[in-house]
Write a new protein. Structure first.
Length: 118
């Protein structure tokens, strides 16, 4: 089992920045990739950024390219999401997810709320 704990959400104004953190613990051997998803009210959960633990691949949704940066600290088993130039439409619950051994994102954090006001 892998446990994921997110932190860093909050209420900010449009144009502000925010950094989310997700610390993984437990059976992290074989950690393959980690990702950030978000779910806005009334919308489906979408993947916004992902990184392979080797660092050889990074993904960004088109809606966040150029504004969000995903990074990882392998020694701390932690992934970060630096969010800049936040928009009202970035509002939602942000979830961290882990893929162990390339089997898909089967471990999820509890989510952290990000609210961007105009």
């Amino acid at each position: 089992q892998v446990q994921l704990v997110e932190s860093g959400g909050g209420l900010v104004q449009a144009g502000d920045s925010l950094r989310l953190s997700c610390a993984a613990s437990g059976r992290t051997v074989g950690l393959y990739a980690m990702a950030w998803f978000r779910q806005a009210p009334g919308k489906e959960r979408e993947r916004v950024a992902a990184v392979r633990w080797s660092g050889t691949w990074i993904y960004y949704a088109n809606s966040v390219k150029g504004r969000f940066t995903i990074s990882r600290d392998n020694a701390k088993n932690t992934v970060y999401l630096q969010m800049s130039s936040l928009k009202v439409e970035d509002t939602g619950v942000y979830f961290c997810a882990a893929d162990v051994s390339a089997r898909g994102y089967s471990y999820w954090g509890q989510g952290t709320q990000v609210t961007v006001s105009s």
